[in-house]
Design a protein around this ligand. Structure first.
Ligand code: GDP
Length: 300
């Protein structure tokens, strides 16, 4: 497991040094509270969540009277964790059941990190003693199947791919069939994320979903979201939640942004639990998302 703390250094500047510094001021006057609010919004926490967090912090610092650094850290941590709905079930539903493989459909816009995340998830599962088939149903981008094949070789998974420009649904269908035939634990299906128009996406992903479900239910539909795209990315992501039943989010590229607060907006605005975080380009740069661990790392 990679060290979360090392990879979130950009966000730590805002949350740890920045916010804790502001809270530690001798006088918490209106200007200071405004600065606190601004930092949270700049870090992509979202307006509504920011207001709630700030209101509660104001109330609690007032009650607290004198404040030590440790107390302030604990206070801020508690509010951030609370904003992340700590009770949600965040386990990835990828395990086999009734003798058939767990099926994970991976969706999201191009460039969000779908192929990479498929590879990383396969890596985690295989390290855990499981067997995996990767389905290269992103047949739109020419290099996508090659990229997934490289990952498969690297982590020791089998890949199922079709001819160039093959029908994504038929590749997805074949991947699940192969997974059932060979008795693997998990089938991960990488899809294309063209977003020119919602109808096209709906047709394509809808068909992939229907065809895969001929084999049995999809256990997890994982939306891959690039953390660096901020509130815009969130709007794009919403389209996917309208097209397929998204059951979890993997937030990628958190290593490259100071806007780690996006994890709070994502969960609030989409109403879907963040289950995984991407923290780099390497095979081990994926971590399960656990609110208190994450917040702890965010505060540095
Ligand atoms: P796809 O089009 O959605 O399949 O996206 P890719 O998996 O091809 O990823 C697009 C780019 O983002 C690649 O260069 C990846 O290496 C990079 N990438 C993916 N996840 C992460 C991450 O968590 N951190 C960083 N820094 N880069 C990532």
């Amino acid at each position: 497991l990679i060290r979360l703390r090392d990879r979130l250094s950009r966000s730590q500047n805002v949350f740890g040094r920045g916010l804790l510094g502001l809270l530690a001021r001798d006088r918490l006057d209106e200007d200071t509270w405004e600065e606190i609010e601004d930092s949270l919004i700049t870090a992509d926490v979202g307006v509504e969540a920011t207001r709630e967090i700030v209101d509660r912090l104001r109330e609690r610092t007032r009650v607290l009277g004198t404040r030590s650094g440790t107390e302030l850290r604990a206070l801020l941590a508690a509010e951030l964790v609370n904003a992340l709905d700590p009770e949600l079930d965040r386990s990835l539903r990828a395990t086999p059941h009734d003798g058939t493989p767990g099926v994970v459909l991976v969706v999201g816009v191009n460039g969000a990190g779908k192929t990479t995340t498929c590879g990383k998830i396969a890596r985690v599962l295989i390290a855990d003693g499981r067997t995996v088939v990767l389905g290269a149903a992103d047949t739109f981008r020419a290099a996508a199947a090659d990229q997934l094949t490289t990952w498969a070789t690297r982590v020791g998974a089998e890949v199922v791919r079709g001819p160039e420009r093959a029908d994504p649904a038929s590749v997805a269908f074949d991947a699940v069939r192969r997974g059932i035939e060979t008795g693997v634990d998990t089938v991960l299906i990488d899809t294309a994320g063209r977003l020119q128009n919602k109808i096209g996406l709906m047709d394509e992903l809808g068909k992939v979903k229907r065809v895969v479900e001929k084999h049995g239910p999809i256990d997890e539909t994982l939306l891959i979201l690039d953390a660096t795209t901020g509130q815009n990315g969130l709007e794009q992501a919403r389209v996917f939640t309208e097209v397929v039943d998204v059951t979890g989010v993997a937030l990628t590229k958190l290593d490259g942004t100071a806007k780690g607060g996006i994890v709070i907006s994502v969960q609030r605005k989409l109403g879907i639990p963040v289950k995984l975080v991407g923290l780099g380009e390497g095979p081990d740069d994926l971590a399960p998302f656990e609110p208190s661990q994450f917040v702890d790392a965010l505060l540095g």
